[in-house]
Design a binder for this molecule. Sequence first.
Ligand code: PFF
Length: 458
Amino acid sequence: MIQGNRDGFGSRLGVIAAAAGSAVGLGNIWRFPYVTGENGGGAFLLVYVLFILVIGVPVMLSELALGRRSQRNALGAFKKLAPGTWWHIIGMMGIAAAFFILAFYTTVSGWTLEYLFLSIGNSFEGQSKEELNVTFEEFRNNGYLPLLWQLMFMLFTALIVYKGIKNGIEKYTKLLMPALLLIIIVLGIRAVTLPGSGAGLTFLFQPDFSKINADVVLQALGQAFFSLSIGMGALITYGSYIKSNEDLGKTAFSVTLTDTLVAVLAGVAIFPAVFAFGIEPQSGPSLVFITLPMIFQEMTGGYFFALIFFVLLVIAALTSTISVLEVVVAYVSEELNMSRRKATILSAGSISVLGILCTLSQGPMPEIHIGNRNLFDILEFASANIMLPLGGLLIVLFAGWYMKREDLYDEISNKETLKIHLIWAYYFIIRFLAPVAIALVFLNGLGFFGMFGEGDFS
Ligand code: PFF
């Protein structure tokens, strides 16, 4: 049942599919492997998993609870729960982060469409590592093709969001997520059975603590926030569509588990091959677009595996872009009193303008840059490593210190009808541990204490 006349999720499976769909995305399959590769492998994974458990789950639960309690969008939630205060700047920052993320995210989503078509046409066959590199660079530097794919991707996203929660987001994520899970499991199994997969698994799972420095810790925190879709109100927005009898704690836990599992599986699918073919694990954002086609064309059944991998990437990206666009659309339609249709067109259109600049900065117009980072890199770095952790910090401060403890408990326990086991741990984390940890990692990353050596914030 939908409360009032507000649209909402119809089933428990729908909630999980949509929230896990938001969390599992390019962050897991494209970003996680390359950030792990750049930050030393196993040690990074360890810090990342620690952040997921200690900070990720409590922040996610807080977001879902704030959303369901307020029945509003990411900004409206704070206006309703804390009227007349400045807390709604958390929402403003969240909307800005959604803009930034969707801009660079649709760039990469566009790449996934191109690669899906290349794999359908069996275009990787017979190409060497160098040739695959050239294929990728030529595509990226093409003046219109990446833009075309990007806009197409935004259009698909907007069409689903426009249909609303139950008939749009829930319907499609319920269909796409099981397919995604199946594909990533098949690919993981295939990768570990490749000859020479051992070195990759060692890189991923054997921590080398000398690799940990301030920057690695900050990157792990940023990746944890980005991957779980927390810190910008996506899960406040989704939380507001969840029925009053759903268990939010269980939802947060299942989503986190699914997300982490898919990230690790993506690592397992990619690193063995990276090492088996002598590719640099630090090769950055292009890693999956060069490495994987390389592996596929060398292995039996490669055509089929390449195809399902790029289908996987497209699905993963789409179920995430809809959640980011929904943050903006829910805000625009509810706070600025606009129809869903108009709000969707306005939001998708304005984000696309920034998105186009972002795509151009990655290819034909590298002059769109500040310092040594182009616009794409700036938006990626600023949103994942700065805005999301900062948003998460403010969200736990709000839930832990501003909200009445009884109200928060009431929401998490469904009016005390659920038995909540670790509630003391949750309070301790959101009031003390998470804020202190986020602030420390953050300031240290900015170079304030010089713990674990120099951070690289430039
Ligand atoms: N979690 C998504 C991913 O891992 O690809 C990205 C994302 C979606 C970030 C939604 C933030 C967000 F609100």
